[in-house]
Design a protein around this ligand. Sequence first.
Ligand code: ADP
Length: 318
Amino acid sequence: MTHSTPHKISDTPAISCRNISKSYGKVNALHDITFDVQQGEIFGVIGPDGAGKSTLFRILTTLLLPDTGDATVEGFDVVKEYKKIRKIVGYMPGKFSLYQDLTVEENLRIFATLFNTTIEENYHLVKDIYSQIEPFKTRRAGALSGGMKQKLALSCALIHKPSILFLDEPTTGIDPVSRKELWEMLRKLKSQGITIIVSTPYMDEASLCDRIALIQNGSFLRIDTPDNIVKSFGNRLISVRGENMGELLKRLREIPGVISCFAFGDSHHVAAEKSSNQLNSLTADTLAENLKKQGYTNLEVKNIEPGIEDCFMELTAK
Ligand code: ADP
């Protein structure tokens, strides 16, 4: 089922952002951010806490003024035409945004009324999501589980039929099943023609986006498809697991040919130079041999394919 979005201006990027910077006193929260989001994309802004994701979202949803730069949403200027933007965007802020003391249904009704519509009129838009929490429609929002709160917040962000959705860390702090369900819902919304810009600190969510921007300390490190970012990883990647992992991390960093080494879950990921000279090239085998000579036993050393997190580490190391 497809639903047209009434406000869309064809060929205009859903978001166009040029050289946006923002400081809070001495904190440089965003530095020279330039990017476009195309109509119908799921665009991910991925980076750790404090990277600047919320600041960017608040500027684009007209809640905060940039210090410098220009940005448009559906062709409307975020400063001069903020009223028009507020009518056409759905925004789910990172911190829980609902009225905790009101019921599930009352929350949804308020958001509908704010935008001069009714739950009944746009029920089809939120049906997939809202029907899951509708059995609890008389429960206070504050008494919902994390996953259910997110479903209600998403329903509230959608009830006025926005053409573009801003979701600031929608999966932070919710359980893995709710996380998976949320991403499935985003796919469905995309298929209905809604553009989605979503921020997350979880690197493993990158592959669920059409394109991503990796953000660190207020700057975009790369903007591309997740596949292209992974393909551009320039080093060899070796995973090492063994005993005494803290000590092993230090040792690994001292080995010639090791560019960087980071702890990833229960193993260490070693980025090693891909040398054209086979003799100097560090491989899983030569690395294992080197560690064995240093007295390490019971090691598991193997070549692995990089993920987005490895690329993020490589880019931040540059
Ligand atoms: P993220 O959403 O990626 O966690 P934020 O945009 O919230 O990042 O924050 C970016 C930086 O700006 C951080 O260093 C944060 O501490 C700082 N910051 C955010 N909001 C404010 C504020 N209102 N006053 C001062 N500093 C702020």
